[in-house]
Design a protein around this ligand. Structure first.
Ligand SMILES: [Fe+2]
Length: 291
């Protein structure tokens, strides 16, 4: 699939051979909103640290401004790629859901590692993610599966896969393969950037699919009060997923966040990984796909 990509810190213009219609997407990631009300009080021992994250920023105001900008640009899709909230607070999720619904724009949400995490709660990341996505984040998914979903807009297929534990499971991998096999030009939404081979440098952040990922690389499990990453490293399906993405002929772009800075990296000769800066820092990305 022939493509041509140009970009800035907060935009991208992508020409896609054979695309039927122009498609505009507004990506918001890592808004890191805290919005506690009385109802959130019982959870304060699990939310204290992240409650103060970005407290010097007007995260709710920035979120509203971005949605305003997306509405004015008449985008076809809002791509919400995780860490919109600092933890699964009832009030913060209600705020985000309301603001998104008020725009009337179609949206896809995939979770980040903070959206479902109350620090210090017992349990594996996978079990906690399952529990809190269901208990608190479900309004943000509308009718989509929290684990993996797809949506066609204007001849482009958008796939969202939750990789917020740094892992991709067998079910998600086969879903990706099924969607890709349909042959449409495809955009993948994830939270944690893929560890492309050229991004593996000595001080690089931990990314999804890095063969070295595991207990030895986990620097934050004490601060974040969660289970340490496993000694056994990645699931085989995570490595296989990365391999599939690298060689997908009809992939156009991967949209992600997590590292809080804007960076664009080639995946192969037709697709790029767009890492978008944090909404909490005023970051966003407006993407225009053209035939
Ligand atoms: Fe994150």
């Amino acid at each position: 699939m022939h493509t041509k990509h140009t970009w800035t810190e907060n935009s991208a213009t992508i020409q896609v051979e054979g695309l039927s219609n122009p498609v505009k997407v507004f990506q918001i990631t890592d808004s890191h909103i805290s919005y506690d009300q009385e109802i959130d009080r019982p959870y304060v021992s699990y939310s204290k640290r992240m409650n103060t994250a970005f407290q010097d920023k007007n995260t709710t105001g920035l979120f509203q401004q971005m949605l305003q900008q997306a509405s004015e640009a008449l985008v076809d899709l809002l791509a919400l790629t995780g860490d919109q909230v600092n933890y699964p607070s009832v009030s913060a999720v209600a705020f985000v859901t309301n603001e998104v619904q008020k725009t009337g724009l179609p949206h896809l949400f995939t979770a980040g590692n903070h959206d479902w995490h109350y620090e210090g709660m017992e349990g594996s990341s996978e079990a906690l993610r399952e529990e809190w996505r269901e208990k608190r984040l479900s309004p943000l998914y509308a009718n989509h599966s929290p684990s993996h979903t797809a949506l066609d807009i204007g001849g482009l297929c958008f796939i969202a896969i939750d990789n917020s534990t740094y892992q991709v499971n067998e079910t998600q991998l086969s879903f990706y393969q099924q969607q890709i096999a349909r042959g449409l030009p495809t955009v993948l939404l994830i939270h944690i950037p893929l560890s492309l081979p050229q991004m593996r440098t000595p001080n690089s952040p931990n990314l999804c699919g890095d063969p070295e990922w595991g207990a030895q690389k986990d620097r934050n499990y004490i601060t974040e009060r969660r289970q340490r990453w496993p000694e056994s490293g990645n699931k085989p399906s995570t490595g296989a997923f990365l391999e599939h993405v690298l060689t997908t002929p009809n992939l156009v772009a991967v949209l992600c966040g997590h590292i809080h800075r804007s960076r664009v990296e080639p995946i192969n000769d037709h697709a790029f990984q767009y890492i978008t800066s944090a909404g909490a820092l005023g970051g966003y990305r407006l993407l225009e796909f053209h035939p």
